[in-house]
Design a protein around this ligand. Structure first.
Ligand SMILES: [Ca+2]
Ligand SMILES: [Ca+2]
Ligand SMILES: [Ca+2]
Length: 325
């Protein structure tokens, strides 16, 4: 006679009930306060390794009305930005579309080198100190979705926005929104956004947990994460549908740390959940950080603001153990 033991794991990773608004970058489900890009004269110990941030927006093929790319607080000065001996930083925001804007290999890198400004330049603007846009939105566009680059991977058109600190040494904090309206934020249904290297600000409190969601593409066997200037600020915990916490190695001041996980079958084609749990004491303030992920071929993976496959929840799994008697 066989007796089956049931071992049922009731473990639940939260956030499932939160609304996913993909076109706000950072997204609600990421719970990240701001993106950040420093002027290119800053020391890297301020938390930005290359003074450049590249994001892509994805617009579904069946959406044909004009879209706008909006930037919150594009100026560097005023309340939310990080001053370093007086604000003197110029930040350039540039929008690209057309063939190659995403598919060019250099556009999929994590450093502003080679032909990373591939595609057609559609619009560009430099911001310094600008009270007119301090704490306010600046709108690029309208753009015809068909001026993006088509990809059949998700059946949509890609646009690229490059934000680069072209002078000065201060930290420009900002957010994006892909909108169907010029003067307010209204999402494109089915839209998404992603980056290969995420440079952002952690919360100035120990309560909030920020998240990012690397997409595990077909064929991925291992994922290596690399993070920069984490200031030994707590932990990076990794969850997925099949993973109840793997910890990642966290960097200190002004250097990269890396660690690797082996991917399980059930994680392929879905997203991982990287959770950033800050140190409780003492509080690390104004912590700017950089993170990238790559597969076993050292190809960079993408962080989608609307996680592919949804926000992963660890499944309660019944495990059947045969027991012969
Ligand atoms: Ca300065
Ligand atoms: Ca700003
Ligand atoms: Ca830092």
């Amino acid at each position: 006679m066989r007796i089956y033991k049931f071992i049922i794991l009731f473990l639940f990773i939260g956030l499932s009930s939160r609304l996913i608004s993909a076109q706000q970058v950072p997204a609600e489900v990421e719970n990240i306060p701001y993106l950040v890009t420093f002027g290119n004269e800053a020391e890297t110990y301020w938390g930005d390794d290359d003074f450049c941030q590249v994001f892509f927006f994805l617009i579904p093929e069946d959406y044909s009305d004009p879209v706008y790319i909006r930037v919150f607080d594009p100026d560097c000065g005023g309340k939310v930005d990080e001053i370093n001996f007086g604000f003197d930083t110029q930040t350039e925001f540039s929008i690209y579309g057309g063939v190659g804007c995403w598919s060019d290999k250099d556009a999929q890198g994590t450093q502003p080198i080679g032909n990373y400004r591939s595609g057609n330049l559609l619009d560009s603007r430099v911001f310094g100190i600008d009270p007119e846009y301090d704490g306010k939105w600046y709108t690029f566009g309208p753009f015809d979705p068909r001026d993006g680059e088509f990809s059949d991977e998700f059946n949509g058109y890609y646009f690229k926005i490059i934000t680069q600190g072209i002078s000065g040494n201060d930290g420009n904090l900002y957010q994006y929104y892909l909108s169907i309206e010029e003067d307010r934020n209204v999402s494109v249904e089915g839209g998404n956004a992603f980056t290969y290297e995420y440079t952002f600000r952690l919360w100035n409190d120990t309560v909030n947990i920020s998240h990012i969601y690397p997409y595990v593409e077909d064929g991925t066997v291992r994922v290596k994460q690399r993070n920069f200037d984490w200031d030994s600020d707590g932990r990076i915990d990794i969850y997925s549908v099949d993973r109840n916490n793997s910890s990642a190695i966290v960097s200190g001041e002004d250097y990269w740390s890396e660690s690797e996980i082996v991917i399980m079958e059930g994680e392929v084609g879905k997203s991982l959940d990287f959770q950033f749990v800050k140190r409780k004491t003492p509080l690390v303030v104004n912590n700017n950080v950089v993170i990238t992920t790559m597969n076993q071929y050292e190809e960079n993976l993408r962080f989608f603001t609307k996680p592919i496959g949804g926000v992963p929840k660890y499944k309660s799994v019944p495990v059947f153990e045969p027991d012969d008697e």
